[in-house]
Design a protein around this ligand. Structure first.
Ligand code: PLP
Length: 439
């Protein structure tokens, strides 16, 4: 294999069968499409190149900057491609949550702009999400931004419809698989691959996997978040199923330890989701069937993510005090207070009010007298033990009241006698017209 440019090495990734002894399905051959073997390390190499290739001529002379709203693999691929073509790259995101990726992007020469999203709830007189506003500026006439627009750009899905899908069919000797299972981020890969497989055989069943509610698997969206994605069309999927971060890591461990596949968490989520979905169908089958799932990227960038969630896998003591370990029963028993009651409580001056949002959103508007401890920092604090005296009650606030309820459950378990979550979060407080101040 000899190439003139690294971009020529994008695509033609292997399709590798998972040993039956590993997955345990009796009548289904399960294959992994190893997208992590693309040259920049992920399934995003294809859309990144497809979205930008025809816009590179003359871009440097026009002083253009490649820009994408991405905190992960798309940004990585675009940063590398931009560098090859003498262009700056800027990644705009509402929170870089995987530190290794941020470091890698900086190493590649990317500029990173972190903006708060609507869910962080800024000034109520500002009707537009800062990210949306930024999005509009990028597309304005005369802009020197070469904006690839992965959440809306049809070239994202097209890269997979014309590349990944046909490769799967060719490697299955001209047949489409009976099932195709993939995680959903921008929805580009699942939509594009599904389109090409169904053009070959309309009977292909497609399972889309999303993160479980208020859980975080880097690269994919939760069931609620996915509704906001421009390329997402529910009609593409025969089923949409949720995977927890724990299940994603379990799946990743199987791929790592038993299959020789250096997969990241979403590859693990896809493996886990595939086997779980297919197990129920396998017993009914009377003839052999085929299923394909996608391994999106590699393990190395997620060691910090693993360390946080499963430190015991890295030889460290297990995390005792983590919001991820809160059980459904603990969550149901956690105390939350509706806005009117919370307001009276705050006015009494008794509770310590802790706001878990980002500092930007907190600075714009917050409950007077509250302290700001951003959620990542709060997670670190509680890991070491109760961060507050038990003699003062605590009111926890986050954007919509989900995260704060988890922490209320956790702190209760840790022995705090009176910790409550603001029901509906700062959004409900704001919508009720309760007072907020700005710094
Ligand atoms: C690691 C990882 N897995 C899965 C996906 C989902 O792919 P898509 O955006 O095509 O839905 C992404 C997208 O960024 C990703 O980075």
């Amino acid at each position: 294999m000899r190439y003139d440019s690294i971009t020529e090495a994008i695509g033609n990734t292997p399709l590798v069968r998972i040993d039956q002894d590993v997955h345990g399905l009796r009548n289904i051959d399960l294959y992994a499409k190893l997208e992590m073997l693309n040259p920049f390390g992920s399934l995003k190499d294809r859309p990144a190149w497809n979205m930008v290739r025809d816009r590179l001529a003359g871009a440097a002379a026009r002083g253009e900057t490649v820009v994408e709203l991405s905190s992960g693999n798309t940004a990585k691929a675009l940063a590398l491609i931009a560098g090859m073509h003498g262009l700056p790259f800027k990644s705009v995101t509402n929170r870089m949550r995987v530190p290794e990726i941020k470091d890698l992007l900086l190493l590649l020469g990317a500029r990173i702009e972190e903006l708060p999203g609507q869910s962080e709830c800024l000034d109520p007189t500002d009707t537009a999400d800062p990210l949306t506003l930024f999005h509009q500026q990028l597309s304005a006439p005369g802009s020197t931004h070469l904006h690839t627009d992965q959440y809306f750009n049809p070239l994202n899905a097209q890269a997979h419809a014309e590349g990944t899908g046909p490769e799967i069919i060719a490697d299955l000797d001209g047949r489409a698989p009976d099932w195709f299972i993939a995680c959903v981020g921008t929805a580009g890969s699942s939509t594009g691959i599904a389109r090409s497989l169904r053009a070959h055989d309309p009977a292909v069943r497609v399972v889309g996997l999303v993160g479980a509610k208020s859980d975080f698997i880097p690269g994919i969206r939760t069931a609620d978040e996915v509704q906001e994605v421009g390329l997402f069309d529910p009609a593409v999927y025969d089923a949409i199923e949720a995977v927890t971060s724990d299940e994603a890591l379990d799946g990743m461990l199987v791929l790592l330890r038993r299959c020789g596949m250096l997969s990241g968490p979403t590859g693990g989520a896809a493996y886990h989701g595939a086997v779980r979905h297919l197990r129920a169908l396998d017993a009914e089958l009377t003839e052999r069937r085929t299923a394909v799932f996608v391994v999106c990227d590699r393990t190395e960038g997620y060691l910090g993510y693993v360390r946080q969630r499963r430190p015991e896998l890295l030889g460290r003591p297990p995390v005792r005090n983590s919001a991820d370990t809160v059980t459904d029963a603990e969550l149901a028993a956690a105390r939350s207070v509706e806005v009117p009651e919370a307001r009276a409580w705050v006015e009494s001056g008794r509770p310590l009010v802790v706001d878990l949002r980002g500092p930007f959103a907190y600075g714009a508007l917050h409950i007077d007298g509250s302290v700001n401890i951003v959620d990542e920092l709060f997670a670190e604090l509680v890991r070491g033990g109760l961060p507050f005296s038990t003699s003062r009650p605590v009111l926890l606030a986050c954007p919509i009241g989900e995260q704060s309820l988890r922490y209320a459950a956790l702190l209760t378990r840790m022995g705090h006698p009176d910790v409550r979550s603001l029901a509906g979060g700062i959004v409900a407080w704001r919508d009720a017209g309760a007072p907020l101040v700005r710094d």
